[in-house]
Design a protein around this ligand. Structure first.
Ligand SMILES: Nc1ncnc2c1ncn2[C@@H]1O[C@H](COP(=O)(O)OP(=O)(O)OP(=O)(O)O)[C@@H](O)[C@H]1O
Length: 576
């Protein structure tokens, strides 16, 4: 593939010192960083590599995709694309002993979520205590502890500089204070390249503490660097008005371009919502196919997890829109990993219980369901979603059931009892893990209190027998004709995937929140606004709605070719 290398880009490639590249969505920041890397890779000494840090597994995936377009196989081996967390954990795992005299152990995020909701007091202080006194470290403290190590040991810093002659920091506008601390230490011993787009700053405030609007000013006042601005470039949707439309939404100033690339669809009443959403996705697929894209990728984006789940339910059944019949649309959901994993573990523990029917398996199942609801409660509290209280009540219900079963008492009434009754109606398991998984999962779906587990577990892929999970379960059945240990196996496979950073390339239709779409790219994007929930513009941000506008721009600019916005007719206008 041929890339345009203008003077500005060449100056970044040639720069021997630090550099900051600012640019909008699709301006080519990642590509430029990789072109610079390509020029250096040959000259690296044995053992040296270039490190490219980003925030999420999705972003890592996107960068790896670009790597495959730009670097050859040998070059790919010398560039290490990682999340901040995985980079920090490597360092803490090897050198954590320097901090408190003993090796550090990681607390899995699932366990952290559970302990946080159950802890009476300030969790930040408690997690620091856990690290200092017990040598157990939570995800949120990885960056701070790494910074502490670098600040405390010049030897370690210097070695890092030798190992990594170039460190690339993606989406630097989103870095928090602790990440900045360790990056600043690194910049004293190696060359750093910062990529940023201030208008893609969507994690500021309650989402991630320590993320600041003036991060780039802080950077520029601390490090001497070459600054290059690519804001006028757009290679993702160069021939379309998508970026121009998104920029209008960002500024709140019209007129919005009247273009075939971004369309709007309204609905009047709540009871028109389902059919309108279904039609919007169908018409987007159709439009993209008509443009010659045979297998289009489409992201369906909404502001909250609740609305994403509702849209998934809508796409699963037929509808009729203006007399037109719409067939169900197969889709994937990009979900919160921790919720998905604990929902998957809850289903696996029910599978274990059905196959073993022992008091231990029964108690473990109620415990895993309780755990899921504790994590859900924690998730709702952290990300401002609805349902924290309900999740807490359900957790308490299953927690009580767990205690009763442990004491050998019978369950008399309530959800845990009705769920057990539903499970006991399942005919014998077959030994085909995919079928058995779906049977047990269906019992969750049919139960009023446990539907959420069914929904969250949809991300756990167990559909093809070749999947790691299915293979592990099939092996267990062959050994013992039960699914004993299924919950443990699933937890370990999912935790591993989480750390390694696996995430599939999107195919077909994918549903996710706007926040989750960051860093991704699709042929088409459908953005959905609810009638009474998940508005595009949050009232509390009035009058300028700046954070909402940034979020909307991120969503719109994920599209290469076509965007469709679905809104209630009464929604506030996007521009003045
Ligand atoms: N210099 C260039 N010449 C031609 N095409 C380019 C160039 N730079 C980038 N592209 C193409 O533009 C698209 C977007 O590039 P890239 O992912 O590097 O942008 P980005 O600024 O990192 O985007 P985002 O901030 O949205 O993640 C890719 O398809 C890439 O191949």
């Amino acid at each position: 593939m041929a890339f345009t290398i203008c003077e500005k880009r060449q100056s970044v490639i040639d720069e021997q010192g630090h550099a900051l590249v600012i640019g909008g969505p699709g301006s080519g920041k990642t590509t430029l960083a990789l072109l610079k890397s390509k020029g250096i890779l040959d000259s690296l000494a044995k053992g040296q590599s270039i490190i490219f840090l980003s925030f999420s597994r999705a972003a890592v995936q996107q960068i790896l995709k670009r790597c495959r377009e730009i670097l050859n196989k040998e070059e790919m081996k010398r560039i290490d694309v990682r999340t901040y967390h995985s980079f920090c954990w490597d360092i803490l795992h090897c050198h954590g002993r320097l901090l408190g005299g003993r090796p550090l152990k990681m607390m899995a995020p699932s366990e952290e979520g559970i302990r946080r909701t159950q802890f009476d007091g300030d969790w930040t202080t408690e997690s620091k205590r856990l690290k200092d006194e017990d040598g157990i470290i939570c995800f949120d403290l990885f960056a701070a502890a790494t910074a502490e190590l670098f600040e405390g040991s010049s030897h370690l810093r210097i070695w890092m500089g030798r190992l990594f002659p170039l460190v690339i920091l993606d989406e630097f506008q989103d870095s928090d204070d602790d990440q900045w601390r360790f990056v600043q230490q690194l910049s004293a011993v190696t060359q750093t390249l910062f990529l940023a787009d201030t208008e893609q700053r969507i994690f500021e405030g309650s989402f991630r503490p320590g993320v600041r609007a003036d991060r780039l000013d802080i950077l520029k006042s601390a490090i001497v660097l070459r600054e290059v601005d690519l804001r006028d470039d757009n290679y993702r949707s160069a021939d379309s008005d998508i970026l121009a439309f998104a920029d209008c939404v960002l500024s709140g100033k019209g007129p919005l371009p009247n273009t075939k690339d971004v369309k709007r669809l309204s609905y009047d009443y709540k009871n028109q919502f389902s059919a309108t959403v279904h039609f919007a996705v169908a018409v987007t697929l159709h439009t993209l196919r008509k443009c010659g894209i045979d297998d289009p990728t489409v992201a369906v984006l909404a502001r909250s997890n609740d609305l994403v789940a509702e849209i998934s339910d809508i796409l699963e059944v037929p509808h009729s829109y203006n007399g037109k019949d719409l067939k169900p649309i197969p889709h994937d959901i990009v979900w919160d990993q921790e919720l998905s994993a604990s929902a998957g573990v809850a289903i696996a523990s029910a599978l274990e219980f059905v196959s073993l029917d022992t008091p231990v398996a029964r108690e473990a199942m109620h415990a895993k369901i309780e755990e899921y609801f504790l994590i859900k409660k924690d998730f709702c509290q952290r990300y401002g979603g609805r349902g924290a209280q309900t999740a807490g009540t359900k957790a308490a219900r299953f927690g009580k059931a767990k205690a009763k079963v442990a004491e050998g008492k019978d369950l008399t009434q309530g959800s845990p009892k009705t769920f057990e009754t539903a499970l006991s109606a399942i005919p014998a398991l077959t030994g085909d893990p995919v079928r058995d998984w779906k049977t047990v999962r269906a019992a969750f779906r049919a139960h009023d209190d446990l539907k959420a587990i069914f929904q969250d577990a949809r991300m756990v892929r167990l559909f093809r027998a070749s999947d790691t999970l299915a293979t592990a379960l099939a092996g267990r059945w062959m050994e013992r004709a039960t699914y004993e240990g299924a919950a443990r196996m699933i937890r370990s496979v999912l935790d591993q995937e989480k750390l390694i950073g696996l995430e599939r390339d999107p195919k077909g239709v994918s549903l996710m929140t706007l926040h989750k779409s960051k860093g991704k790219e699709f042929d088409g994007v459908v953005m959905i606004e609810g009638m009474y929930s998940s508005p595009f513009l949050l009232e509390r941000e009035a009058p300028d709605f700046a954070p909402s506008r940034r979020l909307l721009r991120v969503g719109i600019t994920r599209a290469r070719s076509f965007v469709l916005l679905v809104r209630p007719r009464t929604a506030s206008p996007l521009i003045d």
